[in-house]
Design a protein around this ligand. Structure first.
Ligand code: PEP
Ligand code: MG
Length: 579
């Protein structure tokens, strides 16, 4: 009998193969009492498991392949760091002694307590870090019961292998790196969990949050993984199998066709040049930018340099990161957004407490201005890096003109300081503001005289305009990029920037959605910034669009307030012939 499961799609196309179950020990932990005199031996057994796990992770860290995504190393380092945390390594020893129980039970008790603490955190990004604890603890369990080396190698299998796991840690990913695994599915994981982030950067079919996949699947059972739709089919019927084989071929053909577009310039059929640039999070992502054919970086989310670590990165460390990217892109623009911390991105060292409404609290430029020393260090690092390439500076979450003026004043002070120290800098560094709060979109006319460019952050603009938490699954069906109110704000921003003759881009997810490319072109957008993986699909749409045909339909979309009419016009726009 075939079974269909639905989870969170992470992308990467379609895989058809045999299930390989990754076993987990945590769920089967039993409790037993030990005698007083056996406590030291049990504590020693626990210590040995911690030591072995650390050694194992360090070994795996040393064998990360060169071409692995940057996140893999960062996440593995985080796991090694967690293993040094006393809450994980000391507390269970005390539990063994005080409760006279086995090491497994002590570790599970402590792990449950830590997970409960994480569950109480409101910010999604931080809350999801509980999965990192669980993944590390899972490894310690395997060492406790001696099954660490029991992960069966899968290289010998001829068919594509689908890894099926309760959760899959970065260390598991490195372990399986030499296997011909073609896809992975997990029972747990949120859209911003490390498993999801890794899945996206590996660009392989993956679906997470399936809840019971591992229970329902048997080893070597035939499985289809559709990473686009978030569907997993266990033991598919022959007709379903051949339909998915056809879809898989079509998907691969489309990808091949797309890769032939890498070299040519992006311009519409009427010859209008369009700038396609990339969003990155860490300097190592630059390799993806180069491979994608993007013309530079439109959004470097610099706050990722500040996350997942115990201390603030120094000015010099930041300077090196920005310089690396600027030099690697050889004069192409590198737009660095100043740290957009707060809301769901709160590093440990930032002691601002937990706000009732973090997304409405001290975030983005508000936080930068509230922490002038931290802000100044970043601005100095950016100005120093400007001597090595085309650095642009972008301020996030700007709400009103005074905030913009204060940010520019901080930048001027940083420049004065560096000039007095005779530090080389580019004579002119372009500065821009993100338009991602409705208030900013409405008063954008007051910004244009003060900035060199604008960038519309549609992810937040939609969240704040529609009062929909972008991280909350319960309201995700209401998160609508083509809501008439959102379109009006985007349209107004683009029109105002074009009239003032300053470049404007969209750098939210909308820019990377090929279904929206024609509409955005039609309302006057000429610069798109997106995940490197989307560049070619958007380029294909650009090449197939004639502005004379797209503009009137897009203008009508902006005029109507009827969502059905908007959907209809969007369909008409996308149905226009391509050549
Ligand atoms: C946005 O809000 O659209 C954006 C690009 O910024 P982030 O997704 O990092 O908030
Ligand atoms: Mg944003």
């Amino acid at each position: 009998m075939s079974i269909i499961l639905h989870g969170v799609p992470i992308g990467g196309g379609i895989a058809i193969g045999r299930a390989h179950l990754v076993l987990h020990s945590m769920e089967d932990v039993v409790h037993y009492s030990i005698d007083e005199e056996d406590v030291p031996a049990e504590v020693a057994r626990f210590d040995e498991a911690i030591r072995a796990t650390r050694k194992e992770l360090e070994m795996l860290w040393g064998s990360i392949p060169e071409n692995a995504p940057a996140e893999l190393g960062a996440f593995l380092s985080l796991h090694i760091m967690l293993l040094s945390d006393i809450t994980l390594t000391r507390e269970p020893r005390d539990i063994i002694a005080s409760q006279r129980c086995n090491a497994e039970w002590a570790l599970k008790t402590q792990c449950d307590a830590l997970v409960a603490q994480f569950d109480a955190i409101e910010e999604t990004y931080l809350r999801e870090r509980k999965h990192d604890i669980l993944q590390v603890v899972e490894r310690v369990f395997k060492n406790l019961d001696g099954s660490a080396s029991d992960l069966p190698p899968v290289t010998s299998l001829l068919e594509d292998v689908i890894l099926v796991a309760h959760d899959l840690s970065p260390a598991d990913m490195v372990y399986f790196k030499d296997s011909n695994f073609a896809a992975f599915v997990t029972d747990v994981g949120g859209a911003t969990s490390h498993t999801a982030i890794l899945g996206r950067s590996l660009d392989m079919p993956s679906v997470i949050a399936l809840h019971h996949a591992r229970e329902l699947m048997r080893q070597d059972e035939m499985v289809i993984v559709d990473g686009q739709q978030g569907v997993v089919i266990i033991n598919p019927e022959e007709t379903v199998l051949s339909e998915y084989r056809r879809r898989q071929r079509a998907w691969r053909d489309a990808r091949r066709k797309l890769s032939s577009l890498r070299k040519g310039v992006a311009k519409t059929r009427d010859g209008t040049p369009i700038e396609l640039v990339a969003n990155i999070e860490l300097p190592k992502d630059v390799e993806d930018v180069k491979r994608s054919g993007a013309m530079g970086v439109g959004l470097f989310r610099s706050e990722f340099l500040f996350l997942g670590r115990d201390t603030l990165p120094s000015e010099d460390e930041q300077f090196e990161a920005y310089r690396t990217v600027a030099e690697a892109l050889k004069g192409q623009p590198v737009t660095v957004r100043t740290m957009d911390l707060g809301a769901d991105k709160n590093p440990k060292w930032l002691n601002h407490g937990v706000a009732d409404n973090p997304a409405l609290g001290l975030t983005g430029i508000r936080l930068c201005l509230a922490e002038p020393l931290m802000f100044r260090a970043q601005l100095r690092a950016l100005l120093r890096a400007s001597a090595y390439g085309q650095i642009r500076i972008l301020f996030p979450m700007v709400n009103c003109l005074p905030e913009l003026r204060q940010s520019l004043a901080q930048l001027a002070l940083a420049r004065e300081e560096l000039a007095a120290e005779n530090v080389p800098m580019a004579p002119k560094v372009e500065v821009g503001a993100m338009i991602e709060i409705p208030s900013a979109a409405l008063v954008v006319g007051s910004f244009v005289r003060h900035v060199d460019f604008l960038s519309i952050g549609t992810n937040d603009l939609i969240q704040y305009t529609l009062a929909i938490d972008r991280n909350d699954d319960a309201v995700s069906h209401l998160y609508d990029p083509v809501h008439p109110a959102v379109l009006k704000l985007i349209g107004h921003t683009i029109k105002t920037a074009n009239k003032a003759n300053i470049p404007v881009s969209v750098c939210g997810e909308m820019a990377g959605d090929p279904k929206l490319t024609r509409m955005l072109l039609g309302i006057g957008l000429r610069r798109f910034s997106m995940h490197p993986a989307n560049i070619l699909a958007v380029k294909q749409q650009v090449l197939a669009t004639h502005l004379d045909e797209a503009s009137p339909l897009a203008a009508r979309m902006l005029r109507t307030e009827d969502p059905d009419r908007i959907a209809d016009l969007l369909n008409q726009l996308n149905a226009l012939p391509g050549t």
